[in-house]
Design a protein around this ligand. Structure first.
Ligand code: F1X
Length: 389
């Protein structure tokens, strides 16, 4: 990465900027929603009050002395950021730490009865049970064999619009815009890495549960069934994160949703069920998956594992920020340059929901800037498929 231009790390300290609005508005809204979603007791409400005060007007507070992951967070930078304003440290770090502290407040990591209760589960289940999910599953019945590659890839890509944290503060994404929906499309390179009769392994670093995870699972089932891969490793979060990020429990809920559906969805569900049973589909919930750090800092074990993959698909906006670095790159910075640290071939499937962007052509950047100067980076109305082989 030495010959690529310097780009500043994104902070949340500029009023009016997207990162500032996430810290100042989205996080308080998430605390409010979580508070209303469960009959939490007085101690949990007090802890949520304290988190609200800390994250809006206060400073980063340390984890409890006996927190199981206190040392890990020290390694991830807690020593440097404790005592500082949430707005004046890297935005990626602030956001991740917010979710860690929110789980602390509701007792997720405690030894009491709320241990392991996902504060976002009601939102995730509502989405999984929605009529939109029914429609998306029913649409599988109409897919011809020739359409499946493209439709399932695009289903997984645009499924990334279904992000509950995003919708909490903005409402659903709007209609398609003047500039093309796809701002970069390396799908030919992606398919070239996954030829029929492939014996390789796909790693998919998942993003959201529900209406994003279902199409991710459908894509995996399709690739296994078509023989484009022999094995898949699905990386999920070790604990609830960014409201809707997928955990193991969410994968199981999604799988049950498929097997309990009708038509083609059931067949996809049973492909996945048997692949999990016989070891062709493996789940991983590595602690680094919810680390506040870019993928350039992958720990050695995860780096070695991803190095063996035929292809790693990195889903979603947050994972894109971690893949290329959460920095204000010039939009035409080559994607291959900013992902040269990654241990193997990598594809990003992402709808644009934050300021980070790389790999655009000058023409695409100019069109977007001219037609949608305020919104193209963050509104979730554009998407990209970028590949570094
Ligand atoms: O990773 P995802 O689900 O696609 O998006 C996560 C997101 O909604 O959260 C961040 C702001 O909180 C942004 O990176 C992005 O807009």
């Amino acid at each position: 990465m030495s010959d690529i231009p310097f780009a500043p790390v994104i902070l949340g300290d500029e009023p009016g900027s997207f990162p500032h609005s996430v810290l100042a508005e989205r996080h308080p809204a998430i605390i409010r929603q979580v508070r209303e979603a469960f009959p939490y007791g007085p101690a949990q409400h007090r802890a949520l009050d304290a988190l609200l005060a800390s994250c809006t007007e206060g400073v980063v507070e340390p984890l409890p002395a006996d927190a199981h992951d206190r040392d890990r967070w020290e390694e991830w930078g807690a020593g440097a950021y404790t005592g500082r304003s949430w707005f004046k440290i890297p935005w990626l770090w602030s956001e991740s730490y917010f979710y860690r502290q929110l789980l602390e407040a509701v007792g997720y990591f405690g030894t009491g009865p709320w241990q392991g209760v996902d504060p976002f589960r009601p939102f995730k289940l509502a989405e999984l049970d929605s009529p939109e999910t029914d429609e998306e599953l029913a649409a599988l019945d109409a897919l011809s064999a020739d359409d499946q590659d493209r439709a399932l890839l695009h289903g997984s890509l645009w499924g990334n619009r279904a992000d509950l944290g995003f919708r909490l503060s903005t409402g659903d994404a709007g209609p398609a815009d003047a500039a093309p929906g796809l701002v970069a499309d390396d799908s030919a390179a992606l398919w070239a890495l996954l030829p029929p009769s492939g014996a390789g392994t796909l790693c998919l670093i998942a993003d959201n549960a529900g209406r994003e995870l279902i199409p991710d699972l459908l894509l995996i089932a399709h690739l296994l069934e078509r023989g484009r891969i022999a094995r898949a490793v699905l990386h999920v979060k070790p604990y609830p994160y960014y409201v809707s990020d997928a955990t193991t429990a969410d994968v199981l809920d999604a799988l049950r949703r498929l097997t309990g559906a009708q038509g083609a969805a059931v067949e996809y569900g049973s492909i996945l069920w048997s692949a999990m049973t016989d070891g062709r589909l493996v789940l991983r919930a590595h602690p680094f998956s919810s680390a506040p750090l870019p993928f350039a800092d992958l720990p050695a074990d995860l780096r070695a594992e991803l190095a063996t993959a035929t292809l790693t698909i990195v889903k979603g906006d947050l994972n894109y920020r971690r893949l290329v670095g959460d920095r204000l790159w010039p939009p035409t910075t080559p994607f291959a340059d900013v992902t040269s640290h990654f241990p193997g071939p990598v594809a990003a499937l992402r709808t644009l929901k934050s300021d980070v962007i790389t790999g655009l052509t000058p023409t695409t950047e100019a069109t977007l800037t001219a037609t949608e100067p305020q919104t193209w980076r963050t509104a979730g109305t554009h998407a990209l498929i970028q590949v570094r082989a």
